[in-house]
Design a protein around this ligand. Structure first.
Ligand code: AMP
Ligand code: TRP
Length: 333
């Protein structure tokens, strides 16, 4: 099937730090099987990262590492379009147009904004408030059908859907209303130290997350120190969030149901559960880490991929931005 007849997928990750197991399982790993059936756009959303302060040197490094991780994990640049958001100006163009149709009320209800703005002190950047509009633009300018994300992005995606409908009603049908694609077992990988919170790359405690690039011995240590409970038997229950999280992780890596795993561990303890979990993570991540390092050692290959990707992304997205301009009454140039 040619890319014109395929449905479109868009997703992205912020290079606001190094990627965690949550990013890998909640996002990247779910993108891989979608590449044949869909016309996929996978973006490193660097413009989103600056909604919180970034060190320029770190931002540069993390942006390339995120791109290299996409490729090393199995996103094939021959099948999917891989690019860096700031290289494609249509994202910001679309964002301004949509900004003028978004209500302050709906942005102030975003839970991620409420959490992050609390950490910003007295001076909250306007970008942090407006960020979901840029995300809506990312999605809508590709006329996206499906957005594979972790569950924490559901509220932002709802805004993109509302804006698509609002634009369609205000002018004429222009956008497909995008659907979320959320895989249940990996939708929310939990913090290893506080398993009722999501695992996040912005946590202050490195023991609370696993980085995709963590060395095997570090992964073993972090998993063995992860918080469980005093119940002592392996069950898949909200009363045992730490154990539940480990079971979820093993289940996605080993393609087993959590019921099968609970049955397997019924006479075994947490020590074995943790060892198996660490091994499952390491088995999958080690070859990826090797490939990421190779790609980062050869920036030329990465450069070719992101340059070709941004040209393709621009070509597709400018069509939709031109449509928006025309319908809103701008004079074509
Ligand atoms: P971010 O790191 O906020 O840019 O998130 C990038 C992608 O990873 C989004 O699709 C998130 O939903 C997903 N993600 C981030 N953290 C987790 C987590 N702990 N569990 C599952 N998915 C996650
Ligand atoms: N906001 C997303 C996050 O923090 C990242 C993102 C930006 C995104 N634009 C997107 C995800 C478009 C999916 C589609 O995780």
């Amino acid at each position: 099937m040619s890319s014109e007849n395929k449905k479109t997928i868009f997703s992205g990750i912020q290079p606001s730090g190094r990627l965690t197991l949550g990013n890998y399982l909640g996002a990247i790993k779910n993108w891989i099987p979608l590449q044949d059936e869909y016309d996929c756009y996978f973006c490193v959303v660097d413009l989103h990262a600056i909604t919180v302060k970034q060190e320029p040197k770190e931002l540069r490094k993390n942006t390339l590492e995120v791109l290299a991780t996409y490729i090393a994990s199995g996103i094939d640049p021959k099948k999917s379009t891989l690019f860096i958001q700031s290289h494609v100006p249509t994202h910001v163009q679309g964002a301004w147009l949509l900004n003028c149709m978004t209500y302050m009320g709906e942005l102030s209800r975003m839970t991620q904004y409420k959490d992050k703005s609390q950490k910003s002190g007295a001076n909250i950047p306007a970008g942090l408030f407006n960020y979901p509009v840029l995300m809506a633009s990312d999605i809508l300018i590709y006329d996206t059908d499906l957005v594979p994300v972790g569950i924490d992005q559901k509220q932002h995606l709802e805004l993109a859907r509302n804006l698509a409908e609002r634009f369609n009603n205000a002018y004429s049908p222009t956008f497909t209303v995008p659907e979320p694609h959320i895989v249940k077992a990996s939708a929310k990988i939990m913090d290893l130290q506080e398993p009722t919170k999501k695992m996040s790359k912005s946590s202050d405690n490195p023991n609370s997350y696993i980085l995709i690039m963590d060395e095997p011995n570090v992964i073993r240590k972090k998993i063995s120190r992860s918080v469980t409970d005093s119940i002592g038997t392996v069950n898949y229950s909200d009363d045992q969030p730490g154990v539940k999280n480990l079971l979820n992780i093993i289940s996605v890596f080993e393609n087993k149901t959590t019921d099968e795993l609970v049955d397997y561990y019924k006479d075994k303890g947490y020590k074995e559960l943790k060892e198996d979990c660490a091994n499952a993570i390491i088995n999958e991540l080690e070859p990826i880490q090797k490939r990421v390092n190779e790609l980062l050692d050869n920036k030329k290959e990465l450069e070719e991929i992101y340059k070709e990707g941004s040209a393709k992304a621009f070509k597709k997205s400018i069509k939709q931005v031109r449509k928006m301009h025309k319908k809103m009454g701008f004079i074509p140039n």
